[in-house]
Design a protein. Structure first.
Length: 496
C-alpha cells in the first residue's frame, strides 16, 4: 500500500484522496491484505468511511483480509461502535436497488448475510466484539440481527460462552436478558456457558446461574466430554454459592458420575473444599457412599488430592466413620494411598486415629508400611529421622535385618522377570557393602535368634486363660526352652 494512502486511512485525512490521480489507488492492500477500510476501522476513523469516494456497492466494505476479517470484524475488535453502526446501515443500503429506495429489498433479511460473515476461525463480528468485551458493539449487532447469538465458531464457541469465559458480566446479562431469541450455550469440548459460569464467582452473585437454568432447565445435567456436570465445575472452582444454587434447582445432579465414576463430591474432596462437601452431604446424605470406577470413596479422593483438611473433616464426622478403612478395588485403604504418596502429614493423622487399621493388606498382601518403604529394604542409613517417625506410626521399627525383610517381601507376591532382575541387582549391590567375617555371623545370628524366640513365644500347647502356658509344668516344656537357648548360644559363640 502506498505510504501516503496508509497514513491517510490511519489519520482520516481525506485531502489525500481528493488529490490522488490514480483512480485505483483505493484498491491497494497491506501485506495482510487489509484495504483502506480495514486500516480506517483499526484506527476508528469514522469520517473516512462516511466521506471516502466509494459508492455503496463497492466491494471494499465487505472485503476480507488474509485472516478472513472484514472491516466490520476489525471495528468490532477495537470497539468502534460508530463504524459498526455505519456498516450495519450500509448493509441495508447495499441490498436495496437504487431505483427502488422506497420499497426496500425483496428479502428483508438479505442484508444480514453480510453481518453474519465469518473469518477463518468462523468468528462473526459478534464473537469478536464479545471476546473483547465491547458491550456497546454487542448491543448494536444483536439489535441488528439477534440470530447472531446462535452462531458458533470453529471451536464450537457461542458468543454467550465467550462472554462468560471472559467474565464480562454486562455482556452476559445483555445476551441473556435482551436477546429476543434463545442464545446458544455451546462451548468447546462440550463445556456449556453454565459450566463456565459456575467457575466465575463474580458472575454467580448476579443471578446469572438461575437465569441460565430458567431458560434451559435441562442444562444443569449436561456433561462435557469428560462427563462433568456444572456441579462438578462448581466444586472444582470452590464456588459455594453456585453449588447451593445448583443443589436447590436440581439436587439429583449430585448423583451424576463422570466417565471415571467421579461424583461432584469426589471432586470437592480432591480439591479440598470442605464447605462444599458439607453442603452436598447435607442436601443428599447418601452421596458419601458414591464410589468411582476404582471403588474409591471421598476419603480416598482426599488422600489422592493430599487434602489434610478434608481428611480431618471426615475423621471428625461420626457419620462418615464407615469410610475410614474402606478398601478400593485393589484392596487399598486410604492409609495405603497415603503411604504410596509418602504424605507424612496424612499418614500421621490417619495412624493417630485408633479406628484406622494399620495392618490392613491389599489384594497383593501389602501393608501401608510396604508402600512407604518401597524398594528401600535394609537401607537404614538412607531413612531420615522424619521417615523413622512415620514408620513408627505405621507400626514398623527400622532395625529389622535386611535379609529377613527381603525374604519376607519375596514371598508376599509373584514377581515379574523384570522386577526379579532389578531386585537381584539391588540385593547384590547391598551384599557388596556388607562386611565379611564377624559381621556376617552377627547377621546370621540375628536371623536365628529371631526365629528361635518367635518359636519360644509360640510354645506347644498354647496358653491358658490366665496367661500361663498350658504345658508349663511338663518336662517337655523345660526341654523345649532349654533347646532354644542352647541353639542360640551355639550360634552366637561359634567362631567368636
Amino acid at each position: 500500500m502506498d505510504p501516503s494512502l496508509y497514513r491517510a486511512a490511519r489519520s482520516g485525512d481525506l485531502g489525500f484522496l481528493r488529490t490522488a490521480r490514480d483512480n485505483n489507488i483505493l484498491d491497494q492492500k497491506t501485506p495482510k491484505d487489509n484495504n483502506v477500510l480495514h486500516v480506517a476501522a483499526e484506527f476508528k476513523q469514522i469520517d473516512f468511511f462516511e466521506n471516502a469516494p466509494l459508492d455503496d456497492q463497492s466491494p471494499l466494505f465487505w472485503a476480507t483480509n488474509k485472516k478472513g476479517n472484514t472491516p466490520l470484524h476489525v471495528a468490532a475488535r477495537v470497539g468502534c461502535h460508530e463504524v459498526v453502526k455505519f456498516l450495519i446501515e450500509h448493509a441495508l443500503r447495499t441490498l436495496i436497488d437504487p431505483a427502488d429506495q422506497e420499497s426496500g429489498p425483496a428479502d428483508a433479511n438479505a442484508h444480514k448475510e453480510l453481518l453474519r460473515k465469518t473469518n477463518s476461525q468462523k468468528d462473526t463480528a459478534l464473537h469478536v466484539a464479545v471476546r473483547n468485551g465491547h458491550v456497546g458493539v454487542v448491543t448494536l449487532l444483536v439489535e441488528a440481527d439477534p440470530q447472531l447469538c446462535s452462531f458458533t465458531n470453529s471451536a464450537n464457541e457461542s458468543p454467550l460462552f465467550l462472554a462468560v469465559r471472559n467474565g464480562s458480566a454486562n455482556v452476559v446479562l445483555y445476551i441473556l436478558n435482551e436477546s429476543p431469541i434463545l442464545p446458544s450455550f455451546h462451548g468447546t469440548n462440550g463445556v456449556t456457558a453454565l459450566h463456565m459460569a459456575v467457575t466465575r464467582k463474580h458472575l454467580t452473585g448476579r443471578s446469572i446461574v438461575e437465569t441460565m437454568v430458567s431458560k434451559i432447565p435441562g442444562i444443569i445435567r449436561e456433561v462435557d466430554e469428560l462427563g462433568w456436570t456444572p456441579l462438578h465445575y462448581a466444586a472444582l472452582g470452590r464456588n459455594l454459592e453456585a453449588t447451593r444454587v445448583l443443589l436447590q434447582l436440581d439436587s439429583d445432579a449430585s448423583y451424576i458420575l463422570d466417565k471415571s465414576g467421579l461424583s461432584a463430591l469426589h471432586v470437592a474432596a480432591y480439591a479440598g473444599c470442605t464447605k462444599i462437601m458439607e453442603e452436598m452431604i447435607g442436601c443428599r446424605p447418601d452421596t458419601c457412599d458414591l464410589l468411582n470406577d476404582k471403588g474409591q470413596t471421598i476419603l480416598h479422593a482426599a488422600v489422592l488430592g493430599e487434602q489434610i483438611n478434608v481428611v480431618n473433616y471426615i475423621l471428625k464426622n461420626p457419620k462418615l466413620a464407615g469410610l475410614i478403612n474402606e478398601v478400593d478395588n485393589d484392596g487399598n485403604t486410604p492409609l495405603h494411598l497415603a503411604a504410596r504418596q509418602h504424605n507424612r502429614q496424612i499418614i500421621t493423622t490417619l495412624t493417630q486415629d485408633r479406628r484406622v487399621d494399620k495392618t490392613a493388606t491389599t489384594e497383593e498382601f501389602s501393608q501401608a508400611v510396604d508402600f512407604f518403604l518401597g524398594d528401600n529394604f535394609g537401607e537404614q542409613e538412607s531413612i531420615s529421622l522424619l521417615d523413622r517417625q512415620v514408620l513408627r506410626h505405621l507400626g514398623r521399627s527400622v532395625g529389622i535385618p535386611f535379609f529377613q525383610q527381603q525374604i519376607t517381601s519375596d514371598f508376599k507376591k509373584p514377581e515379574s522377570p523384570g522386577s526379579i532382575a532389578l531386585k537381584k541387582e539391588k540385593r547384590q549391590a547391598h551384599s557388596d557393602q556388607v562386611p565379611k567375617g564377624r559381621d556376617t555371623i552377627l547377621l546370621v545370628v540375628t536371623l536365628i535368634a529371631t526365629v528361635t524366640f518367635v518359636a519360644a513365644l509360640n510354645v506347644p500347647g498354647g496358653f491358658k486363660s490366665n496367661g500361663k502356658a498350658a504345658l508349663a509344668d511338663s518336662p517337655f516344656s523345660l526341654f523345649f526352652i532349654t533347646f532354644d537357648v542352647a541353639a542360640f548360644s551355639l550360634a552366637f559363640n561359634r567362631d567368636l
